[in-house]
Design a protein around this ligand. Structure first.
Ligand code: AMP
Length: 566
């Protein structure tokens, strides 16, 4: 019986299998190794997973879910097409899709998997992951920590005992650092640190802002589709700046009439605060593990954003050694999970120990958002206790009044990782009265204390009067019962999945619809004509004709996306 290895990621997921003494990555229905962790549920109850769903994030935001891994182990539900889904249920759709791809690739049923989880996942989050597997029809007898999986893929368990190393994982939106040691068949995480608000997307954002400011524009002057085009173009620019010192961006939105030059030097300078922030968790982890950079035998890179050339040179400078990067950083975790699965099948699985008793989520309060001109964002999240802090812990932050003669402050507490509180989980509120004063002159201190039983205590003090407020919040998500699991299974089984072979067509159609919505005039007309033509070919149900049309339609859409018609 075959056991597959799965990296169930925040942005992308991947699966692999250990076969004939080596790792084989499993291609999905679109013949790609990465499946976006995005789920779309249509009005008629049909489910789309991966790229087809990702295409709908912009056109059908209320029926499409992404980044739900952040809510694993919480009671938070997301509503899609008027029904609510938990994070394990949404993850189950992704796992089901990977399972089907594996079955198609291997030509046999797959019922068991080893799934990777972040090292900082607590017991509740781990149980939620196992439940997601169960809902997808996969037995998950074993989870593997993501840094451990990466280490195994690099063969660190075959190194001499006491090998110490660091795994640096920079994804699209999160940064995780783990310091590990291999000793007597055990891979142990000695320290882990991270920043939930730092990832490759922040570097793209720097280029987006730079590009817009050279055109004297800001984000509010563009429509959502134009903004997405700018983001996609700057994503490309970011990759090109790995090789080139200077790139020219030809006009591609209406407001741009001339090519714009982007210099690598400017990009590196503008992203200086981000480079600084990247160093902090590395220093914290080293300090916690009581190690110096030179004590480490190896540096392993995970996550797409570690492809940034400057990031690599920074890491090389910090550790005075070249990082190990010969495996694809987006696939290395799935590869390691599949090796662990292979070892498990032979009863030789590696032990995998982690630091436990860390606070699994960031905890903090909502603060005023100055940039929310349109009123769509709501308050910003100000974390007080950062995720991953060893518990019990207690942290304090101060907050000033923001208007003149403000006499009250409503403090709302949240758990989560998003910079906007509306995407985090509200835990409760506390209202505090203040003496009248000019803005900024009155302040409160907020102390949050979190203990091993998931109890959060809030102590607020008005600085000028010394008045104290106290609130206790029980922060343990409710346990899922067998009855609820059965209900989940029934709910999911009522949904329909598109036949695998149709997914290429659905992805192409969703992409064309997105492009249609974003364009006007003649270009829109051309997209519509191509869409109609493709639909007419599909109706004829001739497989070889459809295959040919897929290629032609795909190339046409590529061209639309790259063309600078303005
Ligand atoms: P992940 O979540 O691990 O898939 O990482 C995705 C992030 O990696 C995104 O922010 C991408 O912009 C970034 N990324 C992928 N390839 C490159 C590259 N060649 N150069 C710079 N950043 C990249």
């Amino acid at each position: 019986m075959k056991i597959i290895g799965i990296d169930l990621g925040t942005t992308n997921s991947a699966a692999a299998i250990w076969q004939n003494g080596q790792v084989e990555l499993i291609p999905n229905r679109l013949k790609e190794y990465l499946t976006p962790s995005v789920v779309h549920i249509g009005q008629d109850g049909t489910v789309l997973v991966g790229k087809a769903a990702q295409e709908r994030l912009l056109t059908h935001p209320n029926a499409t879910a992404s980044v739900f891994k952040r809510y694993m182990g919480t009671d938070r539900k997301l509503t899609l097409a008027k029904k609510s889904y938990s994070a394990p249920e949404l993850s189950a759709f992704v796992l089901k899709s990977l399972k089907e791809d594996a079955e198609n690739y291997l030509g046999e049923a797959v019922t068991e998997a080893v799934i990777s989880v972040p090292a900082y996942f607590n017991n509740t989050q781990r149980k939620a992951t196992i439940l997601a597997g169960e809902l997808a029809g996969l037995k998950v007898e074993r989870l593997v920590n993501e840094p451990t999986a990466a280490a195994i893929a690099y063969g660190l368990h075959e190194k001499p005992e006491h090998t110490q190393f660091i795994v640096v994982d920079l994804g699209g939106g999160t940064f995780d650092v783990s310091i590990m040691e291999y000793f007597e068949g055990v891979l142990e995480v000695h320290a882990s640190a991270g920043d939930n608000f730092l990832g490759g997307e922040d570097f793209t954002e720097i280029l987006v802002n730079k590009f817009l400011s050279s055109l004297n524009l800001n984000k509010t002057s563009l429509n959502p589709n134009e903004l997405q085009l700018v983001q996609a173009q700057m994503e490309l620019a970011k990759r090109q700046l790995n090789q080139a010192d200077l790139i020219h961006v030809e006009p591609f939105i209406k407001a741009q009439k001339q090519p714009i030059s982007l210099y690598k030097e400017d990009f590196l300078k503008l992203s200086e605060p981000l480079w600084q922030r990247l160093q902090r968790p590395i220093e914290t982890a080293l300090r916690d593990a009581k190690l110096k950079p030179s004590d480490l035998d190896e540096v392993i890179l995970v996550g797409g954003a570690t492809r940034m050339q400057y990031f690599r040179s920074l890491i090389a400078k910090m550790f005075r050694r070249m990082p190990s990067a010969n495996l694809d950083p987006d696939l290395v975790v799935a590869m390691g999970a599949s090796i662990q699965a292979g070892l498990k099948a032979r009863d030789a699985a590696l032990e995998d120990l982690v630091l436990t008793d860390v606070c699994p989520y960031s905890l903090g309060i909502g603060i005023h958002n100055e940039n929310d001109h349109l009123g769509t964002q709501g308050n910003l999240f100000s974390p007080i206790i950062e995720r991953n802090t060893v518990i019990p812990c207690s942290r304090i932050s101060a907050y000033n009044t923001i208007t003149d003669y403000q006499t009250a402050m409503t403090l709302e507490f949240f758990q989560g990782e998003h910079r906007l509180v509306k995407n985090n989980i509200s835990l409760g509120k506390l209202e505090v009265r203040l003496p009248k004063a000019r803005k900024g002159e009155e302040s409160v201190t907020v102390r949050l204390s979190y203990d091993i039983n998931g109890v959060l205590e809030v102590d607020v003090e008005v600085v000028s009067t010394g008045e104290k407020h106290y609130k206790m919040i029980l922060n343990t998500p409710s346990q899922i019962t067998d009855k609820e699991i059965a209900a989940s299974k029934e709910k999911l089984s009522a949904l329909k999945f598109h036949p695998r072979e149709q997914e290429v067509n659905i992805t192409l159609l969703a992409r064309a619809e997105r492009l249609y919505e974003g364009r006007l005039g003649q270009e829109r007309e051309e997209i519509l004509n191509a869409l109609r033509w493709f639909e007419s070919v599909l109706e004829k149900q001739n497989n070889s004709e459809i295959a040919e049309a897929q290629t032609r339609f795909g190339e046409f859409l590529d061209q639309v996306e790259q063309d600078r018609l303005f």
